[in-house]
Write a protein that binds this ligand. Structure first.
Ligand code: FES
Ligand SMILES: [Fe+2]
Length: 391
């Protein structure tokens, strides 16, 4: 089946309140939320988006998406996941085994995770080391990628150690995140990601986990980008403390920010506007195009990277960040709060798996994203645009 990489509806997400690419201030966000609460409204796009069902089912389309992920600067992990010299994470990104490691000089570097002898991966999972030793024959590499030692070196006459270090991929640290760009020749239009500082000072990783879900990565992503499902999907979890279909949606570049207010925001009504802070009164979901979601919670935040493994399989890498000590009440309270968030995540997973099965039902030629689901329309529009540009 050939993929249809075409939108069926022209899409224009934002009304006049959203013309600026700058994100609104806390005060503006709160004022807008009060406006919506008082009028029973929410942010709306100007038109809906119809995404062809084939775009979730075509191997050709997935290949093109993976190629895009290799071509662009893509978030690999938060900076604080590699806080010490020698900290590394080895994982596949867009189908490529990579290692990202902070060297002894403090600089973060990315490498293709393949020994320069016969290609075996020199690192697995995460850890901290000054040397990577290949498990096959024991070639070893410094955490700057240089080839350090070759057992029985005399078996390799003419081996130029200087040029047989691990193969580098471009890597940069910005806005509290680490990005990699695998395809060095790509002319990524936005040569460097332009993002606000997303990770506040003092945050560290208090938990990280990897989870696989048997659904297309885009179905998974979509479940984070709208508040239209809060009442129905999260009836006994989020709905009692949030609102039915009330979000503020903003765009910056190809990225989105969606504000999901908590009912506690009402506590700001009788406070002076200049003191309005969104801290602990709403969740911001930052969608960093194409496959990363950063969410804020009252005492912590989450960075989630969605790695497409197949048309119907996604690996989710989650990093939970907070500014608290290793132990004690604060950490316990955050982890307890996450149990609540986890219940909501389980509910999301159920509906995402349902949407995946729904593709097999053959009922829909397209999935329709309405006016309240405008961030998703924007995402598909941007993705489609990038893939068309790549042809
Ligand atoms: S494949 Fe790595 S040492 Fe042989
Ligand atoms: Fe949800």
């Amino acid at each position: 089946m050939k993929a249809t990489i075409m939108a069926t509806t022209a899409f224009d997400t934002f009304d006049e309140h959203h013309g600026s690419s700058a994100l609104m201030s806390d005060e503006e966000i709160v004022a807008r939320i009060f406006d919506h609460i008082d009028n029973g409204t929410t942010d709306r796009g100007k038109s809906s988006w119809r995404e062809p069902a084939q775009n979730y089912q075509s191997a050709e389309r997935l290949d093109a998406e993976l190629a895009l992920l290799r071509k662009r600067w893509v978030v690999f992990c938060p900076s604080v996941a590699l806080s010490r010299s020698g900290d590394y994470i080895a994982r596949d990104a867009a189908g490529t085994p990579l290692i990202v490691v902070r060297g002894n000089d403090g600089q973060v570097r990315g490498f293709r995770n393949a020994c320069r002898h016969r290609g075996v991966q020199v690192a697995k999972g995460q850890g901290c080391t000054s040397v990577f030793v290949c498990p096959y024959h024991g070639w070893s590499y410094g955490n700057d990628g240089s080839l350090r030692s070759v057992p029985h070196n005399d078996g390799f006459p003419g081996l130029d150690k200087e040029n047989r270090g691990l193969v580098a991929v471009e890597c940069l640290e910005k806005s509290g995140l680490i990005f990699v760009k695998q395809d060095a020749d790509s002319k990524d239009r936005k040569d460097q990601p332009d993002l606000p500082d997303l990770i506040p000072e003092g945050h560290r990783v208090i938990k990280s986990e990897t989870l696989e879900i048997e659904a297309n990565w885009k179905l998974h992503l979509e479940s984070s980008l709208e508040g239209y499902h809060i009442r129905s999907t999260h009836q006994t979890t989020f709905f009692p403390v949030q609102y039915d279909n009330l979000t503020v949606v903003e765009s910056f570049g190809q990225n989105n920010r969606i504000a999901f207010p908590y009912q506690t925001i009402e506590g700001l009504r009788d406070k002076p506007r200049s003191t309005w802070s969104t801290n602990g009164r709403l969740t911001y979901v930052y969608h960093l195009f194409p496959n990363v979601v950063v969410s804020t919670f009252p005492d912590c935040m989450q960075v989630v990277v969605l790695e497409p493994l197949g048309l119907e399989l996604t690996r989710q890498h989650m990093f939970l960040l907070a500014n608290c000590g290793d132990k004690g009440d604060a950490l316990d309270a955050i982890l307890k709060g996450q149990e609540f968030a986890k219940m909501g995540a389980i509910e999301d997973r159920e509906v995402v798996l349902g949407a995946q099965r729904g593709l097999k039902a053959g009922a829909n030629e397209f999935l329709e994203f309405g006016l309240f689901e405008s961030a998703i329309g924007r995402f598909h529009e941007a993705l489609t645009g990038e893939l068309e540009d790549a042809v």
